[in-house]
Design a protein around this ligand. Structure first.
Ligand code: 5AD
Length: 346
């Protein structure tokens, strides 16, 4: 099995059968070897640095109805909010002082925020914080909208593909959403010049080893600059409320595999991983992650941006606790740095 891991590290493709063997392998020693190799590869590119991103969840209104998501349109129990431009800028201000040099504007697909409004917010942030990177995570838009946000100064865009299997995609999303459009968006974003992030949930309902293999192969082909992988966690107000959460072990395994396949990727130890396991973030870093995205949203809205149950937003997930984060990373041999943390091509 170790030969497969080394093969991946040498940038060689695995067959579907080999991927399956590796994904299903539960031998502790092999899994440890996989995480170690992934960590070594991450350190070769990014050293022992951990990049932090300040996550600003600026709206939980969403016109979509993704079956897994707590802020889906038809969840009438969700208490909806939007931040004003001033509130967003205030988040950046607080974040800047805490040492953040990347801000991530994340939100549901909210028609209130027209292109014009978004362009205004983006250009205001970029002119005030010209040494910072700005990441958008605002869903599917037209190519011309993506272009105007890029022209306004946005540097990066996160859009998880969620699953690279058409049939699986249909089981997670209503009919008006398609994998094809999602993928087109990702290729548009890359083409425009964004640093692009994609990714998927681990253990989402109807996921199989075969769909995971498709996810890995799609990521290899897209070759994104960032990859977000976190366990699926059910939300009580969705039709998947009684499904089981994704496995932390499998998430870590896939994180390591992605690190070996895309050595230069910026890979977060996600909030979902930190929610599913109290040491999730450390485990993520030790499996090859090099990014953490603490929550910078105003305290009174954090409890409203609930994509899944028990989502963490206090304690170490909070930007205010960045000092604790520094300490916990130091303990495992990593330095949280004040840096934009751009993609490296070496
Ligand atoms: N569990 C875990 N992750 C989720 N996301 C949405 N809902 C859930 C859930 N129930 C993830 C999706 C989305 C990202 C912002 O959050 O992958 O792309």
């Amino acid at each position: 099995m170790k030969d497969l891991i080394l093969k991946l590290e040498e940038n060689k493709n695995l067959t579907d059968y080999e991927f399956k063997k590796l994904i299903e392998c539960c031998d502790n020693e092999v899994v440890k070897f996989l995480h170690n190799r992934a960590r070594i590869v991450s350190q070769k590119v990014y050293g022992n640095k951990i990049y932090i991103r300040g996550l600003i969840e600026f709206t939980n209104y969403c016109k979509n109805d993704c079956y897994y998501c707590g802020i889906r349109k038809s969840n009438s129990n969700a208490s909806r909010y939007r931040l004003t431009k001033d509130q967003i800028l205030e988040c950046c201000d607080i974040g800047y002082q805490l040492g953040f040099r990347t801000f991530v504007l994340q939100g549901g697909e909210d028609g209130f925020f027209t292109d014009e409004k978004l362009v205004d917010i983006i250009s205001s942030i970029k002119s005030k914080y010209s040494d910072c990177a700005l990441t958008l995570s605002i869903g599917e838009k037209s190519r011309s909208s993506y272009q105007s946000f890029y022209d306004a100064g946005a540097d990066r865009f996160l859009l998880r593909h969620e699953t690279a299997d058409k049939t699986h995609y249909k089981k997670l999303h209503p009919d008006n959403l398609s994998l094809e459009n999602r993928m087109n968006c990702l290729y548009d974003l890359k083409d425009i010049g964004y640093q692009v992030g994609s990714g998927f949930m681990v253990g989402s309902p109807f996921q199989t080893v075969d769909t995971i293999i498709k996810d890995l192969k799609f990521l290899k082909e897209l070759n994104p600059q960032m990859v977000g992988i976190g366990p699926f966690i059910p939300h009580k107000d969705t039709k998947f409320c009684n499904e089981t959460s994704g496995s932390v072990e499998l998430t870590l395994k896939l994180l390591s595999i992605v690190r070996l396949m895309i050595p230069n990727a910026l890979i977060p130890a996600t909030t979902a991983l930190g929610t599913a396991d109290s040491n999730g973030r450390e485990k993520g870093v030790l499996a090859g992650a090099n990014v953490i995205m603490p929550n910078l949203s105003p305290m009174d809205v954090r409890s409203k941006y609930l994509l899944y149950n028990n989502k963490k937003y206090t304690g170490d997930e909070a930007s205010e606790s960045v000092n604790n984060l520094k300490i916990s990373m130091k303990k495992i041999g990593y330095d949280v740095v004040v840096d934009r943390g751009d993609y490296r091509t070496i």
